[in-house]
Design a protein around this ligand. Structure first.
Ligand SMILES: Nc1ncnc2c1ncn2[C@@H]1O[C@H](COP(=O)(O)OP(=O)(O)OP(=O)(O)O)[C@@H](O)[C@H]1O
Length: 307
């Protein structure tokens, strides 16, 4: 089966500047894909090209096996922009009917889907309320209902939880997980890396219009190659034994603790024996997992932010 999104050397030039600069991406059907990068990295411009709203300056792009501008493809796309311009005079029901009709649903189907769509985003019972009376979080929920009302095969969510409280964020995560289970592909732009970590199967880090790194979370986060070792006494012999396995840094506030970053993940099984062979008592051995935030800062720090 073909992929949900494929780009090859995709490029967009504004006034002689390549804001998207040879971008290669693959998003599989039914996966949630996190698209991450600093301000000005070219994320929105890329999304607009994937939606057929901006014409590429070069390269290839295929969305759901076709051209993103094609009517048949567009009908299967959902989009929640970060800054949605809501028609504040409309009721939630009118707003969803309007967007369902734009997406090609009949008036009858649109009407039939609205209660379920509102319920799904936690707005049950609000159909007759005008959007002007909604809170920021309620508007974001309405925007999400709009993106999903026509049951798209691929949905783009740009910062979908920026206005939501912690309960709302968990609810949106559940919606994304349910979408994946239904086979819907989700393209998620978020600065909340913990959110991306919670729901995305794969992620790409972009900067200056190029993909710096892409892969599954497991590939990017890696197996535990760093450990906190608490042992007593921390003799020079113990230091030497651990330095044979990796880089050893003493903890600042704890005289019994060392941070060890292994040269090779296979050395993990040798840490405890190294401590014991130096006649020390092993008090704790805790694997350290990097998170997306530290990977992000590392990558972007090295390449410099675009903005
Ligand atoms: N229509 C336009 N005309 C000229 N320059 C543009 C246009 N749209 C975007 N740019 C420039 O392209 C670069 C990338 O912008 P883009 O909005 O794609 O970044 P982004 O990664 O989405 O950033 P953010 O996280 O801040 O939303 C920026 O330098 C921006 O000024």
């Amino acid at each position: 089966m073909d992929n949900a999104i494929e780009t090859h050397e995709l490029r967009k030039t504004y006034r002689g500047v390549n804001v998207v600069d040879g971008l290669n991406l693959t998003v599989r059907r039914g996966e949630a894909f996190g698209f991450l990068g600093p301000n000005g990295a070219g994320k929105s411009t890329t999304v607009k090209m994937l939606l057929g709203l901006v014409r590429p300056s070069g390269g290839d792009v295929r969305v759901l096996g076709g051209h993103p501008g094609a009517r048949a493809v567009r009908a299967q796309l959902g989009f929640l922009p970060e800054q949605f311009r809501f028609q504040t005079w409309m009721t939630a029901e009118e707003f969803l009917t309007f967007h369902a009709r734009l997406a090609g649903l009949s008036a009858h189907d649109a009407r039939a889907r609205i209660p379920g769509a509102l319920e799904r985003v936690g707005l049950a019972g609000r159909a007759r309320q005008t959007l002007g009376s909604f809170s920021k979080g309620m508007l974001q929920r309405a925007g999400l209902a709009q993106a999903l009302i026509h049951q798209p095969a691929l949905v783009f969510l740009d910062e979908p939880t920026s206005a939501l409280d912690p309960i709302g964020r968990v609810e949106v995560r559940e919606i994304i997980t349910a979408l994946k289970q239904d086979g819907t592909s989700v393209f998620l732009n978020s600065h909340l890396l913990s959110e991306v970590e919670a729901v995305c199967d794969r992620v790409a880090f972009v900067n200056r219009g190029r993909v710096l790194r892409a892969g599954t979370l497991r590939e990017l986060l890696g197996e535990g190659t760093a450990f906190v070792v608490r042992a007593r006494p921390l003799t020079p012999a113990l230091h030497r034994a651990l330095e044979a396995l990796g880089t050893v840094t003493p903890a600042v506030n704890d005289p019994d603790t060392l941070h060890v970053t292994l040269h090779d993940p296979a050395f993990a099984a040798r840490v405890a024996p190294a401590v014991l062979s130096a006649h020390a008592e092993l008090l704790a051995l805790v694997p350290q997992q990097p998170d997306l935030e530290s990977i992000f800062l590392n990558l972007i720090g090295r390449s410099g932010s675009a903005a």
